[in-house]
Design a protein around this ligand. Sequence first.
Ligand code: GTP
Ligand code: MG
Length: 449
Amino acid sequence: MFDELSGKLENIFKKLKGQHRLSEDNIKESLREVRIALLEADVNYVVVKDFIRRVKDKVVGEKVYDKITPGQQIIKFIHDELVTVLGGEVSEVKFTGNPTIIMLVGLQGSGKTTHCAKIATFLRKRYKKSPLMVAADVYRPAAIDQLKTLGKQLGIPVYSEDSKNVSIIAQNALNFAKENKNNVILLDTAGRLHIDEQMMQELIDLKNTVNPTEILFVADSMIGQDAVTTAKEFNDQLNFDGVILTKMDGDSRGGAALSIREITGKPIKFVGVGEKLDELEMFHPDRLAQRILGMGDVLTLVERAQENMDEKEAERLAKKLQKEDFTFEDFLSQIKQIKRMGSIKSMLKMMPGIGSKLDQIDIDEKAFTKIEAIIYSMTKKERNRPSLLNGSRKLRIAKGCGRSVQEINQLMTQFQQMNGMMRHIRKIGFDKLAKGMFGKGMPQNRPFK
Ligand SMILES: Nc1nc2c(ncn2[C@@H]2O[C@H](COP(=O)(O)OP(=O)(O)OP(=O)(O)O)[C@@H](O)[C@H]2O)c(=O)[nH]1
Ligand SMILES: [Mg+2]
């Protein structure tokens, strides 16, 4: 969904790579491009303008940290600001009413009925609630049938009646729920093509009658800028509590998420990611921000590396490499350090420029385990003096770890290549180490397949 935007931002930040100082000029240029990218992703221009101003204010006043590059620092600011725009924290469902009444409103076809069912099943599963769905869409008989069908499919009761007065229906539904011990009521209201006064009045009446715990505005993320106008109108009239952003699985440019949140000030609570009834997610601002940036969480990567790398051990290995007496024993120790940082794929995902491309790459997480198995089958002497490994020793090792001699040879080659390559590395910082581990010449994608 945000592929286009994240691709653009990746390019912008590439240009900043290698710069050691942020001048007013290069910030200006990259922010200009961020602005264009956001506008092209259909984010409302007022939101974009504000956003850029806030990021700029922060970046200009700040000193550049030593541990991260200026590019990474800008990403961090933009990321943080995006998280703020998207609402900061996850917004939980409120269950204050007894029963809790959730009223869904929105334009025609936005996904109200579908999400009424999705949320009902979600609340039942996650919070062990006993929901009741209410057909408060009285204009189309088909709408009632649609809700009933969904209810049947999920085994969730649906309350409906022939009356054309939704306030009366809702009142009766409330009594029905009390009798049947349903502690959450979901009101599925009629959609409207455009905002019209009569229907809006009906929603206001309904709101006044049942005093819902939450009114959720259902917004189709595909309609871009229009969603903002509609959201504003609904919010002015109904003062809704939150937003469900639907059809995020589609070809949406996604700007609606940022804009609606910023313009209405109301949190996005749920995201619809498909037609199926379990395709619903709670909305996580930080995850979406990371996805928008497509840059991965550079800072987490740096932090994790710092936390997990035993600096003294890294230095010792670096010294050995420089002296060219790096052994299999050291190799084992290095693998252990890498493994402590988490899965290889999750680490790579956090590196700029890699995240979006990672899906096509097949990384064999077990490669290290195989390497370890081979090394463990060597005697201590062999581990410390790899040159000892002749044909018969290799055969014995192969038998010991259940791999072929060919695989042992492969490991030897990789080991030698690494030794050669690492000779040039003066100090093992995480970046260099990672490059060594994942760049050419090292046990990369599928060494033992
Ligand atoms: N791909 C996708 N389709 C969705 C999603 N949510 C709803 N739809 C589809 O959108 C169409 C309209 O959904 P409804 O739930 O009927 O919309 P509504 O708001 O109740 O429509 P009205 O009652 O006519 O106002 C249906 O075909 C749904 O399957 C979603 O998150 N992803
Ligand atoms: Mg409907």
